[in-house]
Design a protein around this ligand. Structure first.
Ligand code: HEC
Ligand code: HEC
Ligand code: HEC
Length: 140
């Protein structure tokens, strides 16, 4: 597991560099940040120091409800998912997921579990989020 996480860390930034873009936060993202700066300041701070923030990947980029996801709800005028599953990450990281799978003969499910851990422990940090991510994984 340790080796797998490390490998992904090497792959993702390298691939992402190929399609780097100027940061531009969506209107929805701005609304999330404005309100969550007071309701969940810790979440906003973590996001602000993330690689995602630097590339304009905002709250709504990840939390925007997928049409096929039954576990979503209306939240201040935005349809969102609380449980951001690895399928949501794959909306942007599909190429990385495929490449990793091919080169390491890894089962997609194992890779996907790693993505969850990675976000919880590295991208956003914090034990609380790790717990949520872990239970999300266990629930599948
Ligand atoms: C007008 C204020 C407001 C706006 C706008 C807003 N939120 Fe929230 N949101 C809240 C509050 C308040 C909570 C409850 C905080 C808590 O758990 O203590 C919350 C909770 C959440 C939760 C956790 C829900 C749960 O059941 O644990 C998520 C995820 C979330 N918001 C994401 C978003 C996203 C993404 C956006 C932008 C599309 C957004 N919010 C916009 C105020 C807002
Ligand atoms: C890279 C994708 C991503 C981005 C960007 C992102 N989130 Fe999340 N968010 C997640 C994941 C993954 C979880 C962990 C729970 C889970 O497994 O779904 C989570 C959990 C949360 C929770 C509930 C857990 C908790 O700790 O209270 C809130 C609230 C939340 N996010 C709000 C936000 C807000 C506000 C922003 C923007 C400032 C944001 N998120 C940006 C993916 C993201
Ligand atoms: C809307 C598109 C989008 C979504 C959704 C998304 N990402 Fe990303 N992610 C990016 C971009 C763009 C970068 C590139 C950042 C860079 O090159 O500095 C990135 C970078 C990363 C990195 C590298 C971080 C670093 O420090 O260089 C990791 C790890 C990552 N994403 C994991 C995830 C996980 C896990 C999820 C799902 C919870 C997710 N991403 C959802 C677009 C996205």
């Amino acid at each position: 597991m340790r080796i797998r996480l490390f490998s992904i860390l090497l792959i993702l930034p390298a691939v992402s560099l190929l399609h780097a873009q100027t940061p531009q936060i969506s209107e929805a993202g701005k609304a999330c940040i404005e309100c969550h700066s007071s309701s969940t300041p810790g979440v906003v701070e973590q996001w602000q120091s993330s690689a995602h923030a630097k590339k304009g990947v905002d709250c709504y980029s990840c939390h925007q409800a997928d049409a096929k996801d039954p576990a979503t709800f209306e939240h201040y005028g935005y349809k969102i998912a609380v449980i951001v599953t690895p399928n949501y990450c794959a909306r942007c990281h599909a190429a990385e997921a495929k490449q990793f799978e091919k080169s390491h003969h890894a089962a997609a499910a194992q890779f996907i579990g790693s993505l969850d851990n990675m976000l919880g422990e590295i991208v956003e940090g914090g034990p609380r989020r790790t717990t949520v991510a872990a239970s999300a994984t266990a629930a599948k």
